[in-house]
Design a protein around this ligand. Structure first.
Ligand code: AMP
Length: 214
């Protein structure tokens, strides 16, 4: 059985950036339900067509749909994952436990960050539409303007749901649903909190220490 990590935090708190580092350095597999949904939307699959409007407007997709998509894309018996963007509410946390993790060693990292910093980060966030690499135009811009350092594609895009009015809605959704999830994992003794306002390297160090000590 492999150790599994769950990353919890508001949009823009740095979960994706840190997951990529852990994936490159420690062999975890990064699974982001947001990326899975965006990929379905891009393919214009039946599921993608069904969820597009919800994702674009910052609402939450039906728990069952996201759980099925997650289950189709992970094999926790063989690999260690970082679950990013799932669970979003208490029901999802319980389903993840009962239907996916089923007692495997799990640690949960919560990225703590103030809302004003989050909003500023999302304003400057750009994503490679091909490989999903994340950039911040101020703190971690690409080496060549508008070009992905990782895969070389030209054209870094701002996600539709990173537009200010949608960001506001996503923050509200996050704040209304996260506390019971945090309590759930805290009671199980699995929760590690990191200060996500720090530099990328410092946050990475905190995560490594936290998951070793937990
Ligand atoms: P993210 O990339 O994690 O910020 O997710 C982008 C969008 O995908 C969210 O605003 C939701 O519309 C949808 N989404 C991602 N994960 C979930 C989830 N676990 N449950 C419901 N909707 C989700």
């Amino acid at each position: 059985m492999e150790t599994q990590l769950i990353f919890l935090g508001a949009p823009g708190s740095g979960k994706g950036t840190q997951a990529t580092r852990l994936e490159n350095n420690k062999g975890y597999h990064h699974i982001s339900t947001g990326d899975l949904l965006r990929s379905e939307i891009k393919k214009q699959s039946d599921l993608g067509i069904r969820v597009k409007q919800i994702v674009d407007s910052g609402g939450l997709v039906d728990d069952g749909i996201v759980l099925s998509l997650l289950k189709l894309n992970c094999d926790t018996k063989r690999y260690s994952y970082i679950f990013d963007g799932f669970p979003r509410n208490l029901e999802q946390a319980k389903s993840l436990d009962h239907q996916v993790l089923q007692g495997v060693d799990t640690k949960v990292v919560y990225f703590e960050l103030k809302t004003d910093i989050l909003i500023d980060r999302l304003k400057n966030r750009r994503t490679c539409s091909k490989c999903n690499e994340i950039y911040n135009l101020v703190t971690s811009p690409p080496k060549v303007e508008n070009t992905c350092d990782k895969c070389g594609s030209v054209g870094l895009v701002q996600r539709l749901d990173d537009q200010p009015e949608v960001v506001k809605k996503r923050m509200e959704v996050f704040e209304n649903t996260i506390n019971p999830v945090l309590e759930y994992y805290d009671q199980k003794g699995l929760l590690v909190k990191v200060n996500a306002a720090e530099e990328v390297e410092a946050v990475y160090g905190e995560i490594l220490k936290g998951i070793e000590d937990c």
